[in-house]
Write a protein that binds this ligand. Structure first.
Ligand code: ATP
Ligand code: MG
Length: 505
């Protein structure tokens, strides 16, 4: 720094260069060829007093894992005169780590020998953290995308499995009504076992779609009590493993709602999972309380835990996507935001509060939709409905589903007729009069929904007699028609109830 410039003498230039160097945000050190610091700008103070730093080994504070690499770069600059840019970590006195980006510049003597090195450094810790956060976010979005395609695959598989499951469960129930079987306790027990195992498969299929997170909403009439019981059962093992006592207060005659089973189960599984995670940090007796009740035109489910509660400054953020207080890899912070979307999509609301005695309580409120629940309304009286001789057309391309439905209808004293494809269905609807139509959503060539629209235009009275059967697709669309949807695999009772309600009208 001793060259002349326009503004004055060499001493003055020195003064200006020093002023510039010491007021830059970058740090500048002058190092001899052994790595000893000769001078440091004041912003090196995070490593100690820059005055005292002069004379110390500049490799001292480098992270042990980076030290050898940095030494070799430094001595390479000394021997070749070519400076390099690199990143490494510095360890501060309090043990914290900073990420530093440095550029070495060789200073040569008059005869060309490298006699010093100027090192210009910048603390890039914040930028690096931001880049890592961005990468994590991208990873999460990638994961969400992966889950989305997995969801599509799983819902396809679910649909395929629901057809054979309908057959297995339906034929089991038919066999159980057979007199000979009723008299043979061993056969009865075996068939009961087959039925229970098929029910297990049904649950696995449901859970798969639940965990795949995304699938088309498939709204059916359901009660929250059963759903909560199912969700608790799935977590039974975890709950007892962590010594969590579960208190249930489920209102017995709770009205039902029109909802997507998988989506609501996803909500409750997350609420139960969160409560367990919260209680893992808790000392003393752990308790989980699950309560349902009717509040005006709504049904409410409450899940309360005895954990530490939600820190007040987090309370307003917990429903935001990616908000999590869990350690990396443990939580994605998506659970509550997905739940929020699901409940809002059902016309309900979800909120959280801390309890005065400690712990957190999450409440879910959903509208009661009794009027549109023909299948459920007459549950108790279904047996007494005058189901005799009415003509029911079944339109389904699945042989097994068709067979079991025909058998159940006969047992109910109804008169079934069948169509394995939409064209036959159309011909039969044109030619005959039916008291009810059971129509699959997914048919070859023409969807159940299109067939419904066609039939409605042909004979308006058919609208009130239409029941959709659905594997795992078409939920939203079917719902818009206002017609009941029988979800596969269905039970004898579910079919009977739904037909009962439609035939009564
Ligand atoms: N019962 C609870 N008690 C205390 N804090 C809770 C409770 N439930 C949720 N929280 C807080 O809300 C945050 C967000 O929950 P959310 O379910 O959205 O994400 P997560 O559980 O962290 O991750 P993910 O559900 O995606 O695995 C949690 O990290 C936690 O801080
Ligand atoms: Mg969660």
């Amino acid at each position: 720094m001793n060259q002349e410039n326009n503004s004055g003498s060499a001493g003055e230039a020195d003064k200006y260069f020093r002023l510039i160097a010491e007021n830059l945000t970058d740090m500048i050190a002058l190092v001899d060829t052994t790595g000893r610091r000769l001078y440091c700008t004041p912003n090196y103070s995070f490593l100690g007093d820059p005055e005292i730093l002069a004379g110390t080994d500049s490799f001292n504070n480098i992270h042990p894992e980076d030290k050898e690499r940095i030494k070799s770069i430094f001595f390479n600059t000394v021997s070749t005169g070519v400076g390099q840019s690199t990143q490494y970590r510095l360890v501060l006195q309090d043990g914290s780590v900073r990420h530093i980006q440095s550029q070495g510049i060789a200073v040569r003597s008059a005869d060309g020998v490298v006699e010093k090195v100027i090192v210009v450094s910048r603390d890039v810790t914040e930028a690096k953290d931001a880049a890592e956060k961005q990468r994590a976010l991208e990873l999460q979005l990638f994961q969400a995308d992966k889950l989305n395609s997995l969801g599509k695959t799983v819902s396809g598989v679910a649909h395929e499995l629901n057809n054979p499951l309908t057959g297995i469960m339906g034929f089991c129930q038919l066999l159980l009504r057979d007199e000979a079987i009723q008299e043979n306790s061993r056969h009865r027990e075996d068939i009961n076992t087959i039925f229970r195992e098929a029910e297990r498969c049904q649950k696995i299929v449901r859970n798969l779609t639940t965990f795949a997170r995304k699938h088309k909403p498939e709204k059916t009439f359901l009660g929250l009590n059963g759903l909560l019981e199912d969700s608790l059962r799935l977590q039974e093992h975890q709950l007892s493993l962590h010594n969590i006592a579960v208190a249930r207060e489920l209102e017995p005659a709770l009205p039902k709602t029109m909802a997507d089973f998988h989506q609501l189960q996803q909500v409750f599984m997350n609420l139960l999972g969160n409560a367990q995670d919260a209680m893992a940090r808790q000392k003393g007796a752990k308790s989980l309380s699950v309560r349902t009740r009717r509040i005006g035109a709504f049904i409410r489910a409450e899940i309360a835990d005895s954990g530490p509660g939600i820190p007040p400054d987090c309370l307003e953020h917990i429903f935001e996507p990616f908000f999590t207080t869990k350690e990396p890899g443990k939580g994605t912070g998506l659970g509550l935001s997905i739940s929020f979307g699901i409940i809002a999509g059902h016309g309900g609301r979800i909120w959280a509060e801390n309890l005065p005695g400690g712990g957190a309580r999450f409440s879910v409120e959903l509208p009661i939709t009794e009027d549109a629940s023909p299948g459920e309304k007459k549950a108790a009286g279904a047996e007494t409905l005058p189901l005799k001789g009415q003509r029911v057309l079944i339109i389904d391309d699945e042989q097994c589903v068709m067979d079991v439905t025909v058998r159940i209808l006969r047992l109910l004293n109804l008169s079934p007729d069948t169509a394995r494809d939409p064209a036959t269905g159309k011909a039969k609807l044109e030619a005959g009069n039916y008291d009810a139509v059971l129509c699959d959503y997914r048919l070859p060539g023409l969807s159940g929904l299109e067939l419904f629209k066609w039939a409605k235009a042909l004979k308006p009275e058919l609208e009130k007699r239409w029941i959709f059967i659905s594997g795992s697709s078409g939920g939203e669309e079917l719902l818009k028609t206002g017609r009941p949807v029988l979800a596969k695999p269905f039970t004898f009772e579910a079919l009977q109830e739904m037909l009962g309600a439609v035939l009564k009208k």
